[in-house]
Design a protein. Structure first.
Length: 379
């Protein structure tokens, strides 16, 4: 289990590791006091140029993908994600834009190439467009994506695309307006359709639609209706097994629908699915209804985990490096950053944390993530 390294631990770690680490040897930069709107904090600016050295975990997995939760807050309250009376973190506990960009540069210097912005709802972040611009222009970052409920995409899709966003995954669990309202507790599905249209028009492709399947909410006709969308549209509809977290774990464990069950429901309507081209590092296993334009993906995190190809780590909105979605292991990056750690020290913290990324979840033995709900991690 990784622990947070203090600054002198980081130095010892570098000295003892025997690795040839390409450190930034420029004279120490002066720490900058920044007014961020999140309070007065001291952070060292990230260098504009840095050596890139690929990080791996202890199983040899290449860690190249960072998912960043921009906020734990959301404009919906999906039943499988958070309680209705959720209390969100105060702003000063969350990463500022400068801190996010600093940590993106740290990740990029360690071989992170892909960034996905998530939350909470990332599009409600007040400066999301500028953040995307900053992330997309960070040396080494090749792909910037976002997972969103799409409610604000009608206005934001084009500015986000212009700023450098490449793709969006959009959450839509049913095509039935009443059920959508019930699952999200107050959402209107027409806002999602407008968002999808805006994303397509802005070229944020390929469009992927995420559906968490919840028993007695959307586990029968809804699954079939979503699959039917792919007959004529070049979209990937992805069914996600519901995972248990924190306070809502009882609900989630009672109402989980397995990958096998979802697939059986789809095949009962459309016949056997054909396998589509599989990207080893993608958690979604893709299939196609024979003759369909788009594809169906199954994300079976609970019943058939896909740890072998997992090169992801997550950054929570309060600046913790989360090593596995389904385990509580985290490394605090924000505190040392605010205490004045240098770029190289942050680099060692991230590298050391990622090295300890765990393998496999413990759901079968009742061992799941207790410390956060999904909106606080970022899916
Ligand atoms: N608000 C955005 C959205 O809904 O797309 C991004 C954040 S949301 C936490 C990211 C993804 O996690 C969404 O696709 C959502 O459906 C999924 N999700 C939320 N709670 C989940 C759970 N308990 N199990 C599995 N997926 C979940
Ligand atoms: Fe909000 Fe996304 Fe969670 Fe739904 S799944 S409550 S949209 S963060």
């Amino acid at each position: 289990m990784p622990t947070n390294l203090r600054r002198f631990d980081v130095e010892n770690n570098i000295a003892n590791s025997g690795d040839s680490i390409a450190l930034d040897t420029r004279p120490a930069v002066k720490h900058r006091s920044q007014r961020t709107g999140y309070g007065q904090v001291q952070i060292a600016p990230a260098p504009e140029h840095f050596p890139i050295e690929q990080m791996h975990d202890s199983y040899g997995r290449r860690i190249h993908y960072l998912r960043i939760s921009l906020t734990d807050a959301c404009n919906l309250r999906c039943v499988y994600c958070m309680p209705e009376n959720m209390t969100f973190r105060p702003r000063h506990e969350l990463m500022s834009d400068e801190e996010i960009l600093h940590l993106v540069a740290v990740g990029a210097s360690l071989g992170v190439e892909k960034i996905r912005l998530t939350g909470g709802e990332p599009s409600i972040h007040p400066s999301v467009v500028e953040l995307v611009r900053g992330i997309a222009s960070t040396p080494g970052i090749k792909d910037v994506a976002m997972t969103t409920n799409a409610l604000l995409l009608d206005k934001l899709a084009q500015p986000l695309a212009d700023a450098g966003l490449h793709r969006v995954n959009i959450s839509i669990d049913t095509l039935d307006p009443d059920k959508f309202h019930r699952i999200t507790r107050w959402g209107h599905i027409e806002d999602v359709w407008k968002g999808i249209a805006a994303a397509e028009a802005a070229g944020l492709r390929p469009i992927k639609l995420n559906a968490v399947v919840t028993r007695n909410f959307n586990d029968s006709q809804d699954v079939v209706d979503l699959a039917r969308l792919t007959l004529e549209r070049d979209w990937e509809v992805r069914y996600i097994e519901m995972m248990p977290f924190g306070e809502v774990s009882d609900f989630q464990q009672t109402n989980v629908v397995s990958y096998r069950e979802i697939r059986d429901t789809v095949e009962a309507e459309f016949g056997p699915l054909e396998e589509a081209t599989y990207d080893f590092v993608d958690p979604s296993r893709p299939f196609r209804i024979p003759g369909a334009v788009g594809t169906l993906g199954f994300i079976s995190s609970v019943t058939e985990p896909f740890c072998q190809g997992c090169g992801r780590v997550r950054l929570t909105a309060d600046g913790k490096l989360r090593l596995c979605l389904l385990r509580d292991d985290e490394v605090d990056l924000l505190t040392p950053l605010r205490q004045g750690a240098t770029f190289d020290e942050m680099r060692e913290l991230m590298r050391e944390g990622a090295f300890h990324k765990p393998w496999g979840h413990g759901l079968a033995t009742g061992d799941f993530a207790h410390n956060r709900s999904m909106n606080q991690i970022g899916g």
